[in-house]
Design a protein. Structure first.
Length: 422
């Protein structure tokens, strides 16, 4: 059904297995029939490299409205929350199956800078597997609107004094009658300025035990007067959605607690692990987008009277990328299948072997993507550095993702620990 052109030389090489083909075809069909024509019709807001940002560097309302529309259309088609279990309204896909979905979205939906295509699939703003732990009443209030794509969320873990070391979080939660009062400063919060719901990690003041046992996760309606959006965090990705968040005597009812006091850290890690598990598919999709761009350019661009792709110096980075894509695809799909067989993202007690898999699956594909993006810029020459060339943005994304959801060094630290090196 998908009519995107496949490069003849590669057909069959990066095959999608038969059991996943139907859902991947639906995703590609949605991008082709809904997203790309929509971007075309609303080109004013995605036409230029920075046309989607306002004067403060935040997403323009028009761009947000476009993303919201794509998100809701995707949710209506049952594509937005494919990663969640069916009992909470998701598509019930395994992580291995999600690999192929992510790959398709990032390969075919990377044409514009506005993130409109990417909005079809739940990302940081979407319903995370951590929220499966809500009870029925909580689900109806908080999770259902996220699954339906009607609302968005943000996750507030990082603080000025707590990044890699999550246990250093100093935002406090104090009991107040049957509710809680939150106070603290959060930093680098994706979708912080625009979310409807914030998932806030805090330290419970009167709980006993070491720091990691005293944490709790709270849901905050961002219209709560105690939720303040701080300064935008302008960053390498120019995403327009990242900011400081301040909690100032932010009172929430008792039923805004997710799970129990003490669940905060595993819940936060459940959210983080969700992002880690998506990296192999994301990197494979972006890698294939880069490979498409490199192949096309190397065949069409001429220098010294012949296509640049006739030179070995131009062929080899393309060859290496095509080869390494196999490594990431095989590693990603096999290790995610093994993770699926072992546990699930919503399991708060992750076996060490599962944590190790996710850490390996985060850092290695990200490192490869960084090299692929660097090579793509080199193959495209000056055009590769231009916004119009379509690859410098992937380079910035590739550089970025090696820090959020646990920096590369933290992944290696986790892997080393599971190998008995501590
Ligand atoms: C664009 C963007 C979006 C983000 N979105 C969110 C969000 O939505 N919500 C949220 O809560 N957070 C978010 N973050 C924060 C992100 O998770 C943190 O930046 C990340 O965890 C690293 O923390 P840090 O920046 O404080 O670095 P630090 O912890 O200060 O680390 C600095 C360097 O030291 C290294 N290092 C630290 N400790 C060790 C160690 N023991 N061994 C070896 N090396 C070590 C790190 O790997 C890193 O290279 C976002 C960040 C960015 C850049």
């Amino acid at each position: 059904m998908a009519t995107f052109p496949e490069d003849d030389a590669l057909v069959g090489e990066y095959a999608v297995p038969d059991d996943v083909r139907p859902v991947v075809d639906r995703v590609i069909g949605f991008i082709e029939e809904e997203v790309l024509p929509y971007e075309e019709r609303h080109g004013d807001h995605v036409g230029g490299p920075l046309d989607y940002l306002d004067g403060e560097g935040l997403l323009k309302p028009e761009t947000r409205a476009m993303q919201a529309e794509i998100r809701q259309r995707s949710a209506d088609e049952g594509l937005y929350a494919l990663h969640l279990p069916e009992e909470v309204g998701g598509g019930g896909l395994s992580l291995r199956e999600m690999f192929y979905v992510q790959e398709a979205v990032f390969r075919y939906g990377t044409g514009h800078g506005s993130g409109v295509a990417r909005a079809m699939l739940a990302w940081t703003e979407g319903p995370s597997p951590a929220l499966v732990h809500l009870d029925d009443a909580q689900r109806e209030e908080w999770l259902d609107p996220l699954v339906a794509g009607e609302e968005t969320a943000c996750i507030c873990i990082t603080e000025p004094g707590a990044g890699s070391d999550v246990t250093a979080v100093s935002t406090t939660a104090e009991r107040d009658g049957d509710g809680w009062v939150l106070n603290g400063d959060k930093r680098y919060i994706t979708n912080g300025p625009f979310a409807d719901t914030a998932q806030v990690l805090a330290r419970v003041e009167d709980a006993d035990g070491p720091a990691h046992e005293r944490m709790a996760m709270f849901l905050v309606d961002t219209e709560n007067p105690g939720y303040e959006v701080g300064q935008p965090n302008l960053n390498i990705m120019m995403d327009g959605i990242t900011s400081d968040v301040h909690l100032r005597d932010c009172r929430v009812d008792g039923d805004h607690l997710v799970g129990e006091v003490g669940d905060g850290l595993p819940l936060a890690l459940s959210w983080v692990n969700w992002r880690r598990s998506g990296r192999p598919g994301m990197c494979a999709g972006l890698g294939r987008y880069l490979l498409d761009r490199m192949l096309t350019y190397a065949k069409e661009r001429e220098a010294f009277g012949e296509p640049i792709g006739t030179n070995q110096a131009v062929q080899w980075p393309i060859v290496e990328t095509a080869t390494e894509l196999h490594a990431v695809r095989d590693m990603g799909t096999r290790m995610l299948a093994a993770y699926d067989a072992e546990t699930s993202l919503s399991d708060l007690d992750q076996p060490a072997t599962a944590r190790r898999k996710l850490s390996m699956l985060k850092y290695y594909p990200e490192d490869r993507l960084f090299d692929w993006a660097d090579r793509a810029i080199q193959v495209l020459g000056g055009y590769g550095l231009m916004h119009a060339g379509g690859v410098e943005r992937v380079f910035r994304v590739a550089r970025n993702i090696r820090i959020p959801a646990g920096a590369t060094e933290i992944q290696k630290r986790t892997i080393a620990k599971t190998l008995g090196l501590e």
